[in-house]
Ligand binder design. Structure first.
Ligand code: GAL
Length: 562
C-alpha cells in the first residue's frame, strides 16, 4: 500500500467506509444473485482446512487425500466443498522477483496442480497468508516488513488468482505498527490493502479476515469488527480451537469449543448474508471430542450460522461422526438464507437455550448441556417471544433422532451431559411472529487481554430486572424483549430513563422508554441520548447508570436478542 493511502486512512478513518466497496461482482461464481448484484458467501462457507488437525504436518498428498475423502464420504455433496490450505505452504523467503515460493518439500509439483485437482473434483480451493511480514510459523508474509517498506498484498493476490484461489484467509501475526499508530489502525491499513488487492485481481475470492482475533477481550475488537464488515465475508474474532496432537489424541478439546462458542454468540449484530462470524474449525468427530460433544459443536455452529470448515482426517471419521457433521437437517439450519445468529434465550450454570428464526417462517431451538449430568428442559413458546396463551402450540422435530412432538404447549426433553439437542419448530398461527426475546448480555472486556478467562461464566453477564448486570442464572428477570419500536420490555414493564437514571416502569409512549441499538453495541436512550452503562467491567454484579456514549467502552457494549 502506498504511503498516501495510509495517511488518508490515518487522518480520516471514515474514508475506510468509502474505500471498502462491498464485494459485488457481475459474474456469479460462488455467490448468489440478489437483484442485479451478486453477494459473495451468501450462506456460510463449508469445507475443510488442514490446520487444527495437522498444523504443519502435511504435504500436497494430505490435502488431496482429504479432498477425495470429502467426495467419497458424501460430505462434499452435502455442502463441504471448500478445500483450504493453511499456514506452512510457503517458503521462508521470496524469490528474486519478490514472489512467494511454494515450500518444495510439501508441494513438489507446485501449487497450481493441487488447485486444479481440487477444482476437478468439483470443489473450491482456499489458501492462507498473513497480514504481517511473517506468518505465525515464520514463513514469508504479505504485510509490511518490520520498520516499514513495501508490502506484497497485490503481488500475492495476483499469484492466488493465477492458481484459481476461491477462498482466502489472512492471518494476523507480526503486523507492523508504525510509530504513532495504534495496533487497531495498523490492522485496518493491512486488511483494507488486502481487500483492495483481492478486488483488483478480477476474481471473486471470499475473504476470511483474522483481524479481530488479537483484540479479543478488549473493546477494540468491536471497532475492528465494524470496519472488517466492509472488507471481507468471514471474520475470525477469537482464539483457536485446540489442535489435535497425535501424541495425546484423546486429550479433551470440548473446552475450546465452548469458549469459541461463547465469544462468538454475542456478535449477532455484525452478521448477515455475506458477513459471517467464524468461531473457528469444526473439530466434531476428531480426537478429543465425544459424540455428544461433536453433536454440540455441530448444533451450536449451525445455530450461529457459522462457517462449517472441518479440520480433521476425513477418511478416519467414524460412521457416527459422519452422520453428525453430515446431518442434512442440521446443515440446513446452518445454511438457512436468513443467516441469523442464534439468540441466547436463557443461560443457567448448566444450560444455554438458543432460538433462531428461519427464512421459511419456521425456527430452530437448541439446548446445550455443559454440565456433567443429564438435564431436563421444559420450554414454553413465550420463552422464544411467541404470543403467550394456550392456543399457541408448537410442532417440533428433534434433528438428531427424528423424534417429533405435535401441537405441544411446552417442549420437553432430557439433554445428556455435554450434548446439545436441536429442534426445527413450527409455531401454530395463534403464536404470531416471534418478538426479539431473550437475554441482554454485556461481555467482560477489559483493557488487558484476559486470555485467562476461558469460560462462558466469566465472559458474559446478564441484564437483570429491575436494573443490574450480573451472573446469568436463567431467571425470568433476565428475559427481555426488544420491540420494533425500540422498547426494552421486561414483563409488562419498560426500561426508561428518569432523572438521568435507568429504571423499570409501566410501559407508556414516553420518549425516555425508547432505545436505539447501534452496531457498536450501544443502547442509546431517545430521551437523553445517553448510553445504558454498567457501573464497571469485571465479573461482580453491577448497578446501571446513564452516561455519555463513548467510543467502544466495555461498560456500554450490549448484545441483544436477534
Ligand atoms: C493462527 C490462526 C490459526 C492458524 C495458525 C497458523 O493465528 O488463528 O487458524 O491459521 O495461525 O499459523
Amino acid at each position: 500500500m502506498d504511503i498516501t493511502r495510509r495517511q488518508i486512512l490515518a487522518l480520516f478513518p471514515a474514508a475506510a467506509v468509502f474505500l471498502a466497496a462491498a464485494c459485488w461482482t457481475s459474474v456469479p461464481v460462488f455467490g448468489e444473485q440478489v437483484g442485479h448484484k451478486t453477494i459473495l458467501a451468501a450462506t456460510p462457507p463449508m469445507g475443510w482446512n488442514d490446520w487444527a488437525h495437522y498444523e504443519c504436518r502435511y504435504t500436497s498428498k494430505t490435502i488431496l487425500d482429504n479432498a477425495q475423502a470429502l467426495v467419497s464420504t458424501g460430505l462434499a455433496a452435502r455442502g463441504y466443498k471448500l478445500v483450504a490450505i493453511d499456514d506452512c505452504w510457503m517458503a521462508k523467503e521470496r524469490d528474486a522477483n519478490g514472489d512467494l515460493q511454494v515450500d518444495p518439500q510439501r508441494f513438489p509439483d507446485g501449487m497450481k496442480p493441487v488447485a486444479d485437482a481440487v477444482h476437478k473434483l468439483g470443489m473450491e480451493f482456499g489458501i492462507y497468508e498473513d497480514a504481517g511480514s511473517k506468518t505465525c510459523v515464520g514463513a514469508a508474509g504479505s504485510g509490511l516488513p518490520k520498520r516499514g517498506g513495501q508490502d506484497h498484498f497485490l503481488q500475492d493476490a495476483r499469484l492466488y488468482a493465477s492458481w484459481g484461489v476461491d477462498y482466502f484467509k489472512l492471518d494476523n501475526c507480526n503486523v507492523y505498527v508504525a510509530h504513532g499508530e495504534t495496533e487497531e489502525q495498523a490492522f485496518r491499513m493491512a486488511f483494507a490493502a488486502e481487500h483492495e488487492a483481492l478486488e483488483a485481481v478480477g476474481r471473486p475470492i471470499i475473504f476470511s479476515e483474522c483481524a479481530a482475533s488479537v483484540f479479543l477481550g478488549t473493546p477494540d475488537r468491536y471497532t475492528v469488527l465494524s470496519w472488517g464488515k466492509g472488507y471481507g465475508q468471514v471474520f475470525r474474532q477469537g482464539t483457536d480451537m485446540d489442535d489435535f496432537h497425535a501424541a495425546s489424541p484423546n486429550r479433551s478439546r470440548f473446552r475450546s469449543v465452548l469458549w469459541n462458542y461463547a465469544y462468538t454468540l454475542p456478535l449477532g449484530r455484525f452478521q448477515e448474508p455475506g458477513n459471517w462470524a467464524d468461531p473457528d474449525f469444526l473439530i466434531a468427530g476428531d480426537g478429543g471430542m465425544s459424540l455428544a460433544e461433536s453433536r454440540s459443536q455441530m448444533a451450536l455452529w449451525s445455530m450461529m450460522s457459522a462457517p462449517l470448515i472441518l479440520s480433521s482426517d476425513v477418511a478416519k471419521l467414524t460412521p457416527e461422526a459422519l452422520a453428525i457433521v453430515g446431518n442434512e437437517a442440521v446443515i440446513a439450519i446452518d445454511q438457512d438464507p436468513l443467516g441469523q445468529m442464534a439468540t441466547l434465550v436463557g443461560r443457567s450454570p448448566e444450560t444455554d437455550v438458543l432460538f433462531k428464526r428461519l427464512a421459511d417462517g419456521a425456527a430452530a431451538v437448541a439446548v446445550l448441556n455443559r454440565s456433567e449430568a443429564p438435564v431436563k428442559v421444559d420450554l414454553r413458546p413465550a420463552d422464544f417471544g411467541f404470543a403467550a396463551g394456550a392456543e399457541c402450540t408448537l410442532d417440533a422435530k428433534d434433528l438428531w433422532n427424528g423424534q417429533e412432538q405435535s401441537s405441544v404447549s411446552t417442549l420437553q426433553a432430557e439433554v445428556a451431559s455435554h450434548d446439545t439437542i436441536i429442534w426445527r419448530i413450527q409455531a401454530s398461527s395463534q403464536c404470531g411472529k416471534p418478538s426479539r426475546t431473550g437475554t441482554i448480555t454485556l461481555t467482560n472486556e477489559v483493557k488487558n487481554r484476559p486470555y485467562s478467562i476461558h469460560s462462558i461464566e466469566g465472559y458474559a453477564r446478564c441484564l437483570t430486572a429491575p436494573g443490574t448486570v450480573g451472573e446469568c442464572t436463567g431467571a425470568a428477570r433476565q428475559s427481555w424483549t426488544f420491540t420494533p419500536q425500540g422498547e426494552l420490555r421486561s414483563g409488562h414493564q419498560c426500561m426508561a430513563v428518569l432523572g438521568g437514571k435507568p429504571l423499570l416502569e409501566a410501559c407508556s409512549p414516553a420518549n425516555a422508554q425508547y432505545w436505539r441499538y447501534t452496531l457498536e453495541g450501544n443502547l442509546v436512550n431517545n430521551g437523553n441520548l445517553q448510553c445504558l452503562t454498567a457501573a464497571g467491567p469485571g465479573s461482580k454484579p453491577q448497578s446501571l447508570r446513564m452516561q455519555v456514549c463513548g467510543h467502544s467502552l466495555a461498560t456500554q457494549i450490549w448484545s441483544l436478542p436477534n
